[in-house]
Design a protein around this ligand. Structure first.
Ligand code: SF4
Length: 331
């Protein structure tokens, strides 16, 4: 099933863009052959017992609407969906990225800025028809892509909706906007379906991931997931307007006092490919348990410019060069 991508020709004057003439999204080809519906059926089987994500909640039958650690049962809950103008320029373009914010999450990041939707089933439960309608509405509004936010636990539900949306005329690229805590089986079912993978790689050290994310194996899982994503879609390429067409876009949020961990993550990304497109994010602010308890006082600090610059320098030293050029925070 692997559709490994050959290195694409490098273009343009050193601004980090690889430009291609866009082909139709892969899910349309899979829809034409009927394979998209077969993927949906295979993904549905992962719901009982649930092994959609690496937590493998073996006593949870989500087809019977039972909920596991992600707190979501049979149907995906959508907290909001809109044309997002705050995403990376390669996603938002000038008409916005069509973000679909799924509620529930398989992580417990103590600094989560969306705990009001990530730690409960916020928003309505949507049938596949209704989720397809959400995607089609975003397309009708002119969005450049469908940006599936926190999708790791609702891969079957997304795959169930896609054939319906494709049949009704969806043609936008799909962006899989994930925490990177993804099951390889779920990712295999998305091979040829997802156009742009956007994993947010958080931390690697098991002591840190246990303390701050609630999972000791996050780093190992994330490394495997990112490698699988890269094998599927290759480097990020854009169309002639600079809008992401296909490939891997990695996000990483620098946390206060954890610059060494960020540097280790960037060094590892350079081993995946020095051409990896990376958004080193500097906008950390304390939230959720960091504020509501006294257990994480070290994360109540702000990230300094010096910390971020050191992380970027380490990434460049490792060979990375395609850094997202978003406006930086003003200190
Ligand atoms: S998707 Fe939810 S129920 Fe399924 S294994 Fe992951 S956390 Fe558990």
């Amino acid at each position: 099933m692997n559709t490994a991508v050959a290195r694409l020709p490098r273009e343009v004057g050193g601004d980090g863009r690889f430009v291609v003439d866009p082909a139709p999204p892969g899910y349309l080809r899979l829809h034409e052959t009927g394979e998209l519906r077969e993927r949906a059926e295979a993904a549905r089987n992962l719901l009982t017992p649930c092994r959609v994500c690496p937590r493998t909640c073996r006593d949870v039958d989500r087809l019977a609407d039972e909920v596991g650690a992600c707190r979501i049962g049979r149907y995906a809950h959508v907290a909001s969906a809109f044309a997002h103008l705050g995403e990376e320029e390669v996603l938002r373009g000038w008409r916005g990225s069509g973000t679909v914010f799924f509620s529930g999450c398989n992580l417990r990041c103590v600094f989560c800025q969306n705990a009001d939707i990530s730690q409960r089933a916020a928003g309505p439960a949507l049938t596949p028809d209704e989720l397809a309608t959400v995607m089609l509405t975003l397309q009708a509004e002119g969005c450049h892509n469908i940006n599936l936010v926190t999708p790791e636990h609702v891969v079957p539900q997304i795959l169930e909706a896609l054939p319906i949306a494709a049949e009704a005329g969806l043609t936008l690229p799909l962006v899989y906007n994930t925490s990177a805590y993804d099951a390889l089986d779920s990712l295999a079912l998305l091979d040829g379906v997802v156009d742009v993978y956007m994993p947010d790689v958080k931390l690697f050290d098991p002591r840190l991931t246990h303390r701050y994310l609630g999972l000791r194996d996050y780093g190992e899982v994330a490394r495997q997931a990112v490698a699988a994503m890269h094998a599927q879609v290759g480097e990020l390429v854009v169309d002639r307007h600079g809008i992401a067409h296909r490939g891997l876009l990695v996000r990483h949020l620098v946390l206060p006092g954890l610059g060494a961990e960020s540097e280790a993550i960037l060094r590892w990304l350079a081993t995946v490919s020095p051409d990896t497109y990376v958004n080193v994010m500097d906008q950390y602010r304390p939230d959720w348990k960091v504020l509501s308890t006294d257990r994480y006082l070290e994360l109540r600090e702000r990230v300094t410019r010096a910390e971020v610059d050191a992380v970027l320098a380490a990434g460049r030293d490792a060979g990375l060069w395609r850094f997202d050029r978003r406006r930086r925070m003003t200190w």
